[in-house]
Design a protein around this ligand. Structure first.
Ligand code: ACO
Length: 404
């Protein structure tokens, strides 16, 4: 595929915002990014403060409901999430049938299946069809939102177990989201630092304004399709290597490199015309170091200090980062490590196989996707952009047996 990097393209119909770069599609109060200074806020709170003091549940509540919860609100929210963790038996069957497919395919199919069997979803869809979206419908939508957050984790963990020929284990209502996920995946109580690492990962990926997957979710939801189908579309968009698939590619590359001394040649290859892009580097919005990457790097350092640098990954990443920060090619284009540069390493240290890195991104981001859909539904308008047609018109139709 030919890769276009120019943000504005001229066309016979005027200028085109290629890849919708810098096009504003709505107003939002969910998250904000200052790409020049490398700052991220969720609902006005700096990501560093949330990462240091919060939990995924607290952040999920903040993103969905627009304010930090009181202790009582958080306890109730946590308990509702925990009670919603079980999957419909039909979804478990789908996961069994897709046990050997990539988990992102399985996640797409499984989330759509959950939607097909959720009565709340059916009721809400019927109301939306008749143009009703009042307080009652909103309450249903928020109830579904909480189910989506709870069930995405179970879907991914179940797929992991089924793909390894292991029986899924029942979710634990007494465990927080991150700890329950690790328990569901590995079938034993996780260690404290591993839970902290996963919780941090989930906090940092929970929302990021309107990247491709969040846009996909909103495009589908704007047609008044149901919430589960909208989230399945977001999962599909996240799967691509230019979006959520990059963290998997990063770790594969580092493992291939094997030794920090080989970092330079890999980085230099990415600077050659037509060379492969260096995964985990560059961002459409950040023209500075991604603040999430910095937090994950600190965690990776702490983890590595305690448990050792498995497969030299930290040392390789540091060597690559030094090259990226020093080479004029990256400096001139303002390309810095993004969140995926370090997130894959954290997940690798936690023992999560790389095909589950992008699904884990979905486990976290599902709350951002659904928060954006609910925000958009408050002022819904179907997405329907235009394209500039540059092909011919009024060609003469030639019957098939007269064609050369
Ligand atoms: N390695 C080498 N060169 C790069 C890289 C990279 N990782 N990223 C961008 N460039 C170069 C481009 O070749 C282009 O050079 P040119 O001006 O000489 O043609 C220039 O930098 C601008 O790049 P674009 O592709 O126009 O930037 P765009 O905003 O379209 O893409 C993207 C952003 C997709 C993230 C890109 O930087 C990339 O592919 N990075 C690697 C994949 C990755 O890490 N994705 C994760 C993103 S974060 C997330 O989704 C969670």
């Amino acid at each position: 595929m030919q890769r276009a990097s120019k943000r504005k393209m001229s066309s016979p119909c005027g200028e085109i915002a290629h890849g919708l770069e810098d096009v504003l599609i709505k107003t939002t109060s969910i998250s904000d990014i200052d790409g020049e200074r490398g700052i991220l806020w969720y609902r006005g709170y700096r990501i560093e403060d949330l990462a240091r003091n919060s939990t995924y549940e607290e952040v999920a509540y903040l993103l969905l409901y627009g304010k930090l919860p009181t202790r009582g609100e958080l306890d109730e929210f946590t308990s509702r999430l925990a009670k919603n963790r079980d999957l419909n038996p039909a979804t478990v069957e789908v996961l069994k049938n897709l046990a050997y497919a990539h988990p992102m395919f399985a996640a797409e199919a499984a989330i759509a299946t959950e939607g097909a069997f959720d009565d709340d979803n059916r009721k809400l869809s019927e109301s939306l069809r008749t143009g009703k979206y009042g307080d009652e419908e909103k309450a249903l939508a928020y109830r579904i939102a909480e189910k989506l957050v709870a069930k995405m984790a179970t879907i991914v963990a179940y797929h992991y177990r089924l793909s390894r020929g292991l029986e899924p284990v029942r979710p634990r209502e007494d465990l927080p989201h991150a700890a329950n996920f690790l328990y569901l995946m590995f079938g034993k109580m996780p260690e404290r630092l591993a839970v902290r690492g996963l919780d941090l990962y989930l906090i940092l990926h929970a929302d990021h304004e309107v990247p491709a997957s969040t846009l996909a979710a909103q495009v589908v939801a704007s047609t008044l399709s149901d919430l589960y189908s909208s989230i399945a579309a977001a999962v599909a968009a996240l799967k691509g290597p230019l979006h959520g698939g990059a963290n998997e590619a990063v770790v594969r590359t580092y493992l291939e490199i094997g030794d920090p001394s080989r970092a330079k040649s890999i980085v230099e290859a990415a600077t050659k015309p037509g060379g492969p892009k260096l995964m985990g580097v560059g961002h459409r919005v950040y023209k500075a170091y991604d603040p999430r990457a910095r937090i994950l790097k600190d965690f990776a350092r702490d983890y590595m200090t305690k448990y050792g640098d498995r497969d030299n990954l930290f040392a390789i990443a540091v060597a690559i980062e030094q090259e990226v920060l020093s080479l004029p090619y990256f400096r001139q284009r303002r390309l810095y490590p993004n969140v995926d540069f370090w997130s894959g390493i954290v997940l690798y240290y936690l023992g999560i196989p790389y095909e589950y890195y992008t699904p884990l991104f979905a486990v976290s981001r599902v709350v951002g996707w659904v928060a954006h859909i609910l925000e958009y539904w408050d002022n819904n308008r179907i997405f329907r952009p235009r394209a500039c047609y540059v092909g011919p018109h009024d060609l003469k139709y030639v019957p098939i047996n007269e064609r050369a």
